[in-house]
Design a protein around this ligand. Sequence first.
Ligand code: FE
Length: 198
Amino acid sequence: MNKPDFNTLTADNIVAFIGDIFERRGADSYVGEDVTMSQHMLQGAQLAEQAGAGDDLIAAALLHDIGHYTNEFPDDALEQGIDNHHDEAGAAVLDRFFPSAVTDCVRHHVAAKRYLCATDPDYFDRLSDASVHTLGLQGGPMSAEEVAEFAKNPNIDAIVQVRYWDDEGKDPTVTTPDFWHYAPVLERIVSRQAAGAA
Ligand code: FE
């Protein structure tokens, strides 16, 4: 498939573009877990919605793993570094359309696991086997210095909350609405962001 130029992605079509990725690629397996990628991301969004969270948190939970699909995005969307990991890559493709309240949660959702392993005594028990395995590859729990630095992020509370939903959204027995149920949430954010940037 020919990929579009990044400039062809606009505030008017980015939500449909992401929805198309969910529809075509959502059944991809989420390595080591019992749910598919779209089940996982939609469960995160549903947990946010059920918790009464606002648009930004719902969007962040929904899109936190979009970096697994960056090969769907135009190559020049990733010129900041094609070798980036899925957390950084996901934030990079969303940066133009979503505020930092959303993209920080995407960018730091792997680091948040390392942060919580160092700061929340009960957290480690919540992790799936696959997540424990990758924790080692990702550097293990943060050091005290890393914790202090990470906690300075103005969106730290949102980042931590999205991480909890990330860990919870791996239940194969849970059903969710499909992507399009959440599309209006994304549209509101993208419109707001585009108006602010204009
Ligand atoms: Fe995830």
